[in-house]
Write a protein that binds this ligand. Structure first.
Ligand SMILES: NCc1[nH]cc(CCC(=O)O)c1CC(=O)O
Length: 311
C-alpha cells in the first residue's frame, strides 16, 4: 500500500491532530505524509464565523483536494464537522475522545464564575455565550477569535479576564497550567463531537487504506457516541452557530444522550435525555432531537435562525 496522504489545516492545533493520526497509523506499521491546506476560515479572522456563514468554511478547500485525490484523508476536529457532508464524502473514523469539558483558561487562578461579581469572558461560541447567560447571568462576554495562541494573547492584552475553551484544544496545545477550572457537565454540556478527531475521505478511497484507518485510528466507543450526537445535530439542522449541545455516553452497550438547545439570550433552555442500544446510535440522537423540538426547541431554533440571518 502507498503512503497515506493526510490533509489538514495549518493551525498548530490542526497540525497536532494530523500528527496524532499519523502516529496512530505508524503504530500500525502504516506510513503517512502530512499535507497542509489553507481554508477560508483560516484566512478571514476579523469576522465571526456566524457572520461568514458556518457551512464548510474550514472544509471546502480540503474537500476539493480529497476529490482530486491529492490527499487520501482529511483530519478535522470532529466538533467542526457539519452534520451532513457534501455528496461524495464521508467520515470513516473517530479517535478516542479526550476529556469533553469546557474549561476556564487564564492567568489568575482565583477567578470564579460563581464568585466574581464583575468578570468578562472571551468566547466566540454562541453555545458558550448563551450557556453563560443562562447559568451565570452576571458574567459579561466578549468575542475573541483566532487560534488558541492568538486568543491567549488577546486575553493578556486585557480584552477579557479569562477564556472559555474546550479542554481538548487547551491540553493538546499544552496550556494545562492555565486551566482555572473545568466547567461541570451538568450545566455546560459540550458541543456535539467535542474532544474527538474525525477522519474524512472521499467515496473513492481505496479499500486497503480505508481498512487501515478503521483498524488503527478508529475508536469504536467514541464512534458510537459521536454517531448518536451527530444524529441529534443532523435532525436539529443546526450549524456551529446554533447554541446546541449534546453528550452521549456508552455503558455496557447502552447509549445515554443528554442534550438540548438554549436561546441566544440565555433565558430559555430545553434539556432532554434519551436512552437506547448502541446499535441504534444515530436513531437515538434523532429521537432526542424530536423530543427537544416537540418541547419548545422548534420555536427557539426558528427564533435563533431568524436572528442570525439579520446579522
Ligand atoms: N471551534 C473551534 C474548535 N474546534 C475544536 C476545538 C478544540 C478541540 C475539540 O474540541 O475537539 C476548538 C477550540 C475550542 O472550542 O476551544
Amino acid at each position: 500500500m502507498d503512503k497515506i496522504r493526510i490533509g489538514t489545516r495549518g493551525s498548530k492545533l490542526a497540525l497536532w491532530q494530523a500528527e496524532h493520526v499519523a502516529s496512530l497509523l505508524r503504530e500500525g506499521g502504516i506510513e503517512s505524509e502530512i499535507v497542509t491546506i489553507d481554508t477560508k476560515g483560516d484566512k478571514i479572522l476579523d469576522v465571526s464565523i456566524a457572520k461568514i456563514g458556518s457551512k464548510g468554511v474550514f472544509t471546502e478547500e480540503i474537500e476539493d483536494e480529497l476529490k482530486k485525490g491529492s490527499i487520501d484523508i482529511a483530519v478535522h476536529s470532529a466538533k467542526d464537522m457539519q452534520s451532513e457532508l457534501p455528496e461524495g464524502f464521508e467520515l470513516i473514523a473517530f479517535t478516542t475522545r479526550e476529556v469533553v469539558n469546557d474549561v476556564l483558561v487564564g492567568t489568575d487562578m482565583s477567578l470564579s464564575l460563581e464568585k466574581q461579581k464583575e468578570i468578562t469572558i472571551g468566547t466566540s461560541s454562541t453555545r458558550r455565550v448563551a450557556l453563560l447567560k443562562h447559568f451565570y447571568p452576571h458574567v459579561k462576554t466578549v468575542p475573541v477569535r483566532g487560534n488558541l495562541q492568538t486568543r491567549i494573547g488577546k486575553m493578556k492584552d486585557g480584552v477579557c479576564d479569562a477564556l472559555l475553551l474546550a479542554y481538548a484544544g487547551v491540553h493538546r496545545m499544552e496550556y494545562d497550567d492555565m486551566i482555572i477550572s473545568k466547567l461541570p457537565l451538568d450545566k455546560f454540556i459540550p458541543a456535539v463531537g467535542q474532544g474527538s478527531i474525525a477522519i474524512e475521505c472521499s467515496d473513492s478511497l481505496s479499500e486497503d487504506k480505508r481498512k487501515a484507518i478503521r483498524e488503527f485510528v478508529n475508536d469504536t466507543e467514541t464512534e458510537k457516541r459521536l454517531l448518536c450526537e451527530r444524529g441529534y445535530l443532523r435532525r436539529m439542522q443546526g450549524g456551529c452557530s446554533i447554541p446546541l449541545f449534546a453528550l452521549a455516553d456508552l455503558q455496557n452497550g447502552t447509549l445515554t444522550i443528554k442534550g438540548g438547545i438554549v436561546n441566544l439570550e440565555g433565558t430559555k433552555i430545553i434539556r432532554k435525555r434519551m436512552v437506547g442500544p448502541a446499535e441504534n446510535a444515530e436513531a437515538i440522537g434523532v429521537d432526542l432531537a424530536e423530543e427537544v423540538l416537540k418541547c419548545g426547541g422548534d420555536v427557539i431554533l426558528s427564533d435563533i435562525k431568524e436572528k442570525l440571518n439579520r446579522v
